[in-house]
Each structure stands twice: as C-alpha cells, then as structure tokens.
Write a protein that binds this ligand. Structure first.
Ligand SMILES: NC(=O)c1ccc[n+]([C@@H]2O[C@H](COP(=O)([O-])OP(=O)(O)OC[C@H]3O[C@@H](n4cnc5c(N)ncnc54)[C@H](O)[C@@H]3O)[C@@H](O)[C@H]2O)c1
Length: 454
C-alpha cells in the first residue's frame, strides 16, 4: 500500500519541500511547484480517479498541473476510455473495478467522484488500505455513514478532503467567513440559505442498459432496479443513471444535499467561526415532491422523486434560525451588527462596503482558512490544499468532521421532507428524538455483496 511505501512518500515529500522552501504561506501560488518540467517523471504526484464522469474529469483537469492521473476506474467503459485519453493521453491503467486501484502501492492519493450512493464504501475501503482521499460531496447518503467515516478517519489517520471547493474560494466565501470571525456582523441571529429546487421528469421507461455500462455495479449498494432512460428533445436523457442520479433519493438527497452541501456548509462554517452552536435543535417546514410519498418512501418508481420546492426552518441554540429554501441561490448571514450576502458571483452588504475604510487584518483570511496556505482559484486551490495537507499530515480545509456537522442538517431536511413532519435532533447523540420512524432513516440497507464494514 502507498503509505507503507515509505520510499515514494519520502521522495515526494522532500522534493515538494525543496520546491516551496521559504514560501509556505502561499505555497501553491508558485505556479510550477509540482508541474516543474525540470522535475523527473518520478517526482510528480500520482493520483488515481474512481468515477470518470463530469466532476471526476473536471476535477482532474483542475489538479493536473500538480499531478499525473495514473489509474482510472469506472463501470462505464466508454467513459473510462474517454477519460483515459483526455486526462493522460491513454497512458493511465484502466479498471472496471475500483478495488484494483486500492491494491496499488504506488499512489499518492485517490480521487472519488462516483455518484453519492457510491461514496462511503470506496472511501472507507481506501482509507483502510492506507490511501489519502479527495472525495466528492456530499460525503454520504445517510447520517450514520458519516459516523462511520469519521471513525475510520480517526482510526487510520489518513487525510480526507471533501469536494466542497467553496471553502477554498478566497475572494468570496473565505472572505465572508473572515468578516464574520472578525465580528463585522456581530452575533448571528438569522441565516437564509437558498439552493434551488430539483426538476421533475415524465415517466421514464425501463430499457436495456447500454452495453458499455455495468448497471449492476453502478447500482452497487442501492436496491436492484431497472435501468431507465428517455431521450429528451435536447440534452442528456432523463434517466436514473449518469448525472441524473441526483434526482432520486435512492442515489442522492436531491438539491438538499447536491447544493445544500455547498451553501449550508458556508452557513455552518460562519456559525462555527463566530463560536456559535452548529447543531440544530429541530427542523421542519414545507416540501413538494413530484410524486406522493408514503411512510417516507416514494409511491412511484419510474420518475424523479426528490423535492422540487421546499422551505425549511432549522432552529439552533440561542434562537438562531436558519431557512433552507428552493427559491434563489446564495447565503444571507444576519447578525446583530450587520448583514452580508454571498454566492458564487458576489459578496455584498454594508460590512463589505465598509472594508474600504476598515480593511480586514492581514491575517484574517489565513486565520479563517485554518492558517493553511491560500490560493484564490477555488477548484485548483482546493486541490492544492489537499496535496499540501497530505504532505504536511494536516487536516484539510474541508475535513470530514465539519463536513458531516453540516451534512447532517441536509440529511435531516431530507427526512423531514419525506415524512412531511418536523423532527427534533439531539446533536450530542446524533439521534432524532421522539420519532422512531424518522430515526430509522438515519441509515439505509445495503444490497447483498455491497455491505460496508467500518
Ligand atoms: N463539488 C462540486 O461542485 C460538484 C459538482 C458536480 C458534481 N459533484 C459530485 O461529484 C459526484 C459525481 O457527479 P457527476 O455529475 O460527475 O456524476 P456522473 O454521473 O457524471 O459521474 C459519475 C461516474 O461514476 C461512475 N461510477 C458509478 N459507480 C461506479 C463504481 N462503482 N466505480 C467506478 N465508477 C463508478 C459512473 O459510471 C460515472 O461515470 C457526485 O457525488 C456529485 O455530487 C460535485
């Protein structure tokens, strides 16, 4: 296994150390740190990709100045071969079974960018095999999976970066957090998180899965169902597979986890930066699904089922109220001294305007970023943060513990949506109180052969 292979680890560590000597605070703002042509091929970081879809390939493109993609696994041979051509000129080793990647002892890190229902299992297996991992958000499909991952990260001491790259967007989200931490909005009283709603679909017929796709393994831990696809006039087909898995609770949490994982994350980061409680006491509200639900389960299996519209309120200690809603996109943080709004395009509000006359202290951004080196381009910076933390054996900016603190809220919103009633939460025990049915939804059953062992 990689990290039992001290030769490679030490070599990369010492080489990288030389490259940045004296430049630690802005480590990766030196553009050629790992991409230096004078370095021999052996010096470059070796990364393996599991899940060569839109995000996996996009992420590796963002990271490629710092690493080589030497191995790729996907259950769709067409995607696998295309990614190999695009990312490594056809030179990577390709696998239809990701477990072959976990056995390799020549890797510096693994990137997991499979659909959400396929995150926890390969992540835990990779950590147990001694690898450091950059895993896409949302880290889990359930709250209990998060408990298991946190335990395995503690047990193994491996480095895990979660793919919430907004945490590495220094000019927007990190700056917003720095403003909060510097007291510019005071004590937070209200938070509004707008994340958009999910689409509906017509009935999607069961059809034969494409020959290039191993449908059984794509489903993996999820229940066995037919492959469904329906070509629309333009764009990708309606389906229960590539990209569209987001709109099925069997494989995702819909917008609540797809974008909730980004924007609820910033909201909870702000509370934490302000020293305020990050675990809600209760959550409830309105949700519209495209089909009726009974006992928390969809009553039709041939079309998208995640919430198209919603408006939830989560209550936190200190009478702090967080709205999570489907209209719009962005986060508004309202404190007793001021209010700021941030999304991927803009950071606004009086405290932002006031920066002209009253700038943040020099170290405010770096402090908000856990004192780690900062770079402004979000995806590349997030990878730089990961590689830096692998080398230094530090907790990355998107660590599993703080990620799960906020993802719990997204999952709780999904449970309250599916059951159509409010729920109470005990953040200490991580249990829903007074509602056995809701509590049973903290976990999911795994298909035989795909069980997850901690
Ligand atoms: N951070 C972000 O901003 C961001 C943006 C988009 C997507 N994502 C996340 O990235 C992940 C992937 O999303 P996507 O849009 O790229 O999906 P996608 O469907 O395009 O790609 C997923 C790929 O994983 C493959 N796969 C499925 N099971 C596999 C297995 N067992 N082994 C190997 N490969 C397997 C699929 O065949 C597919 O090629 C999701 O979790 C999503 O939430 C994050």
């Amino acid at each position: 296994m990689l990290n039992k292979n001290s030769t490679r680890r030490d070599f990369v560590k010492s080489t990288a150390g030389l490259a940045v000597a004296g430049a630690v605070p802005y480590f990766f703002s030196q553009p050629r740190t790992f991409a230096d042509e004078t370095q021999s091929k052996n010096d470059r970081l070796k990364v393996a990709l599991i899940g060569a879809g839109g995000m996996g390939v996009g992420n590796m493109n963002a990271a490629k100045a710092m690493c080589d993609v030497v191995a790729i696994a996907d259950v769709d041979s067409q995607r696998l071969n295309k990614a190999n051509k695009d990312l490594s000129g056809g030179k990577a080793d390709v696998y239809d079974d990701y477990r072959k990647i976990l056995e390799r002892d020549d890797l510096d890190a693994i990137h997991i960018a499979t659909p959400d229902h396929w995150h926890t299992k390969p992540l835990i297996e990779a950590l147990r095999a001694g690898h450091d991992v950059y895993c896409e958000k949302p880290l889990t499909l359930t709250i209990d999976e998060g408990k298991l991952i946190r335990k395995v990260v503690k047990d193994t001491g491996r480095i895990v970066q979660v793919g919430t790259q907004q945490r590495s967007t220094y000019n927007l989200f990190v700056k917003a957090i720095a403003l909060v931490a510097e007291g510019r909005i005071g004590t937070i009283k209200k938070i509004d998180v707008a994340i958009g709603g999910a689409p509906e679909s017509p009935a999607i017929p069961a059809v034969e899965a494409p020959k290039n796709l191993d449908w059984d393994r794509w489903l993996g831990p999820a229940p066995y169902v037919d492959y469904r696809a329906l070509q629309r006039k333009k764009g990708r087909p309606f389906s229960n597979c590539h990209y569209e898995f987001r709109w099925w609770y069997e494989y995702s949490g819909g917008k609540l986890t797809d974008w909730g994982a980004h924007h609820v994350d910033i909201a909870i980061w702000a509370l934490r930066a302000n020293g305020q409680a990050t675990s809600p006491l209760s959550i409830g509200g309105e949700a519209t699904h495209p089909i009726p639900f009974e006992n928390g389960m969809p009553t039709l299996n041939d079309r998208y089922n995640t919430a198209t519209k919603f408006n939830f309120k989560a209550l936190f200690p200190g009478d702090v109220e967080m709205t999570i809603r489907s209209e719009g996109n962005g986060i508004t943080l309202e404190g007793d001294k001021g209010r700021i709004r941030v999304n991927r395009g803009r950071l606004t509000g009086k405290p932002v305007e006031d920066l002209k006359g009253n700038p943040l202290p020099d170290d405010a951004i770096s402090k908000a970023y856990k004192g780690l080196p900062v770079e402004s381009n979000e995806r590349k910076a997030h990878w730089a943060n990961f590689f830096y933390c692998c080398r230094e054996r530090k907790e990355p900016i998107s660590d599993v513990h703080s990620h799960m603190q906020m993802l719990n809220i997204c999952h709780l919103a999904g449970i309250t949506a599916r059951l159509g009633r409010p729920i109470n939460w005990n953040g200490e025990t991580e249990q829903i109180t007074g509602d056995d049915q809701a509590n049973s939804m903290l976990a999911r059953p795994y298909r035989e052969g795909y069980e997850i062992e901690g």
